[in-house]
Design a binder for this molecule. Structure first.
Ligand SMILES: [Zn+2]
Length: 185
């Protein structure tokens, strides 16, 4: 496990700082943020110390977002909210305050005062094509493909609140899906 002693998140991972854990497996931990934007704000972290998203291996990244998705569902089911933001601050100008990558899952209600909105910027056609050109080729060459042998993370923390979203019987499936569809904007 890659850890850094001076890192607060690594101290949470190593149980040197107490935390409210809602999920844990071999490589991932999710805790309730004591200084969250709203009650139930959780962050999902790799146990390895990676400061930014670019350093997180694809497999761990896939699992981190999978856990974030399940926590988001648990928040919907149990905290009576109307939405969630699944949010990453990557780099200091983007608002990252701790040098350990994390995925925030923020419960949202209408008019809750949490502001993640931005003013749109109108680009000229030339600016748009320049940006497109600069990004397109490099993105096409990074070789994003299927992740082989995606393993489901093993839960070692029993958490009843997360379980219902992971085990849906066939009978409930239709109801569940129609319920989830209502959440799609
Ligand atoms: Zn760390």
């Amino acid at each position: 496990m890659k850890t850094r002693e001076s890192c607060l998140i690594c101290q949470i991972v190593g149980n040197k700082v107490p935390s409210y854990k809602v999920y844990e497996d071999d490589l991932i931990l999710a805790v309730v943020d004591v200084n969250g934007a709203n009650p139930g704000h959780c962050f999902v972290i790799p146990k390895n110390h990676y400061p930014i998203i670019e350093q997180v291996p694809d497999q761990e990244l896939a699992n981190l977002f999978s856990v974030a998705n399940k926590i988001s569902s648990a928040i919907f089911e149990n905290l009576k909210v109307q939405g969630t933001n699944i949010f990453v601050a990557n780099g200091i100008p983007a608002g990252q305050t701790v040098a350990h990558f994390m995925v925030n899952v923020i419960p949202r209600k209408e008019n809750d005062g949490v502001n993640l909105q931005w003013k749109t910027k109108q680009l000229t056609e030339e600016e748009m094509s320049t940006v497109e050109l600069k990004l397109k080729e490099q993105i096409q060459n990074v070789g994003v493909g299927k992740i082989e042998n995606v393993e489901k993370p093993k839960t070692i923390l029993e958490n009843a609140e997360i379980q219902p979203t992971q085990s849906i019987s066939d009978d409930d499936e239709e109801d569940y899906i129609s319920k989830q569809m209502k959440r799609i904007p």
